[in-house]
Design a protein around this ligand. Structure first.
Ligand code: GDP
Length: 481
């Protein structure tokens, strides 16, 4: 029998080059999560590991990543990104910031961005291994704010239904000192009178201030429309100049429907539909539908520090985020955009914040958060996994004696004071906390500065990590066989 390699030899040089080129593969990996979940740190840490990973070191630094463990990895390089209209993920600047003296964290994600890596490896089996000794996987990593996914329900809501849904959030809005100013501004206009851009923008500014304050100062998560919080390139544009009518009754809507088409009411309704048509739909159509794999990062510690209401709001926001990954045949998303994500990973980020014996609890808490939503709708056709990770490990573990007992602690440089601290940050609940739980909770998850990078060793990543190799194996391992 003539072997495939033998018959290839008979082909002309050009034909062989084409055959080899077709052995290259592409994969689009999207990374998301709510603000502060750790997206920027994750991509910076992961890319840093990959760029320093080759046959000699890969199996030591990323032992659970099969291609590295089996010594089949030739190396990873940055490559020109394919989409010229998406901003580039600023990897160099992020790494410079983390390695600066004193080290600090890079700026968080505020917009979509992208970076391409070329992973050169030796195929292990199948036709590919017979055709060639080396193949390349082009990995596009796309970073985008999870808040953008909170807009999904707007695809099927009218302006009135959307406004009514925001009324349910007034108890959260009331925490903010800007709530009264927004209500005053809303009440000051006659919705049936002729609209003008300046007034629309003024009231939108108040609503934006209210959303921003609820998130930044009061620690809540859910905010709609998502782009008002993180507008990206749409900052200040009229398509974002609308707000919910949380003071209008059903009877008033009937009367307002009869107002002139130039009225505030009809203009707001129009803006809402334009936002859905020009911002929400294009995101799903142009970007989301092209993702192959998705990582959702979840910071479980910050909402536990903040309290019951904020934790519940994080859960609501996370469930809303998950709706975008429920691709059952009957789902709206499937019908409109045919998404093709076939692997979905939820990862609890920053687990270097807690002692090793608590990392299992973090994983169990995240798994419950994810599975609670799975009871309502299945992630059909999508392999789902949960993990607990740290992209840039900033603490070390230690043991201290307390009352004659050895207890596990974490040590690091506290972000706020820049002082070294040693602490036991508290027990992470294994399951969703009950109301009673909050009365006695005593968390103190402090934020840490990144560690100073020791002098660079060749082929050695700058940062330590927890389970990034596990992440790589789940998300791209099957493409490197
Ligand atoms: P983004 O908004 O999702 O882009 O979040 P960032 O990546 O900017 O992370 C927000 C903050 O979380 C950072 O400024 C760090 O303080 C912290 N952080 C992120 N990843 C890690 C990690 O692996 N370990 C530790 N200790 N802190 C982290």
């Amino acid at each position: 029998m003539v072997s495939i390699k033998g018959s290839l030899k008979k082909l002309g040089r050009n034909t062989q080059a084409v055959a080899l080129r077709t052995t290259d593969k592409h994969l689009r990996l999207a990374v998301t999560g709510l603000a502060g979940a750790g997206k920027t740190a994750f991509i910076s840490g992961l890319v840093n590991q990959l760029l320093h990973c080759d046959n000699c070191e890969g199996n030591r630094q990323l032992p659970l990543w099969e291609v590295a463990r089996e010594n089949r990895l030739y190396g990873v390089k940055r490559d020109l990104q394919p989409d010229l209209t998406i901003p580039s993920f600023n990897y160099d600047s992020a790494v410079r910031t983390i390695k600066s003296q004193p080290p600090s964290w890079p700026k968080s994600t505020r917009n979509i961005s992208e970076l391409r890596l070329a992973i050169r490896y030796r195929p292990a089996k199948g036709l590919l291994s017979k055709l060639t000794d080396s193949a390349t996987l082009y990995l596009d990593i796309v970073d985008y704010p999870g808040e953008w996914l909170l807009d999904l329900p707007m695809l099927k809501q009218s302006f009135q239904q959307w406004s009514a849904a925001q009324i349910a959030r007034t108890s959260i809005f009331k925490h903010s000192q800007y709530y009264a100013a927004f209500i005053d501004a809303l009440s000051s206009i006659d919705l049936a009178s002729t609209a003008n851009e300046a007034t629309l923008q003024q009231i939108t500014d108040r609503y934006q201030q209210l959303l921003q304050d609820s998130v930044d100062k009061h620690g809540f998560y859910y905010a709609q429309p998502g782009r008002l919080l993180l507008p990206g390139e749409l900052e200040g544009s009229p398509v974002l100049a609308f707000f919910p009518l949380i003071h209008v009754s059903d009877e008033q809507y009937i009367a307002l429907d009869k107002s002139a088409s130039t009225s505030f009411y009809h203009t707001l309704k129009q803006r809402y539909f334009e936002y859905v048509a020009q911002v929400v739909k294009p995101f799903y159509h142009d970007y989301f539908a092209k993702f192959d794999r998705q990582l959702v990062l979840v910071d479980c510690f910050t909402p536990l520090n903040r309290g019951n209401e904020q934790f519940d709001d994080m859960q609501t926001a996370l469930q809303a985020v998950m709706e975008s990954f429920q691709f059952g045949q009957s789902s709206l998303l499937k019908r409109l955009f045919s998404p093709k994500i076939d692997k979905l990973l939820f990862a609890a980020s920053k687990v270097d914040h807690v002692t090793r014996n608590q990392q299992g609890n973090v994983l169990s808490l995240l798994t419950q958060l994810v599975h609670q939503s799975q009871q309502h709708a299945k992630f059909e056709g999508c392999e789902v996994e949960t993990m607990a990770i740290s992209a840039i490990k900033s603490t070390t573990h230690g043991m201290v004696k307390q009352n004659g007992r050895d207890i596990e602690v974490v040590k690091g440089l506290e972000l706020a004071s820049s002082q070294p601290i040693t602490l036991f940050p508290g027990e992470v609940p294994k399951s969703l906390p009950s109301a009673g739980f909050w009365l006695q909770q005593g968390f103190d998850f402090v934020s840490f500065s990144p560690r100073t990078v020791a002098s660079q060793q060749p082929h050695h990543a700058d940062f330590e990590h927890i389970r990034l190799d596990h992440v790589l194996q789940f998300l791209i391992g099957d493409k490197l066989k």
